[in-house]
Write a new protein. Structure first.
Length: 148
């Protein structure tokens, strides 16, 4: 089955965020409507819901195209995606007024101050989660679709 490998790679990449983002959206709805958290979280969910699935699909297509030359494992390739997404997300969040950079940390929604040390620890955790997602789930879908 060698027809349309990049289309299959894109679909395999979009699989994970398509399953996970509705769960995150449910959590945001519970926070906003049931627990009455008074921060405008609607602005913070626009970027992930619109961009992340496309980035996953395009990143998987990039892995398929570059794998014969680089021989990079899919988990490592997937763990590099947050390094691309974090600056883009920070710029978009800053432009939307969701994030403000400070001397010791960032301010989210003009309410919550998060120190840079905590962000660095969280980023390392995100890299580990992305590695595992890409190695086991996206890799499995790639093998199932015959592109790995």
């Amino acid at each position: 089955m060698n027809t349309h490998p990049y289309l299959r790679a894109f679909l395999a990449g979009v699989f994970v965020p398509t399953l996970v983002l509705p769960l995150i959206l449910t959590g945001f709805i519970i926070l906003r409507l049931i627990l009455h958290v008074s921060v405008p979280i609607e602005r913070g969910i626009i970027f992930p819901m619109a961009i992340v699935p496309c980035l996953f699909g395009l990143w998987n297509m990039l892995w398929l195209a570059s794998h014969p030359r680089t021989h990079l494992a899919i988990g490592v390739h997937g763990a590099l995606l947050p390094i691309v997404m974090a600056p883009i997300g920070a710029v978009v969040a800053s432009c939307l007024g969701i994030l403000a950079l400070g001397a010791t940390g960032v301010t989210l929604f003009q309410v919550c101050e998060v120190p840079y040390a905590l962000i660095a620890c969280g980023f390392v955790g995100v890299l580990a989660v992305y590695y595992l997602l890409w190695k086991y789930i996206v890799g499995f879908v790639n093998r199932t679709l015959g592109i790995a």
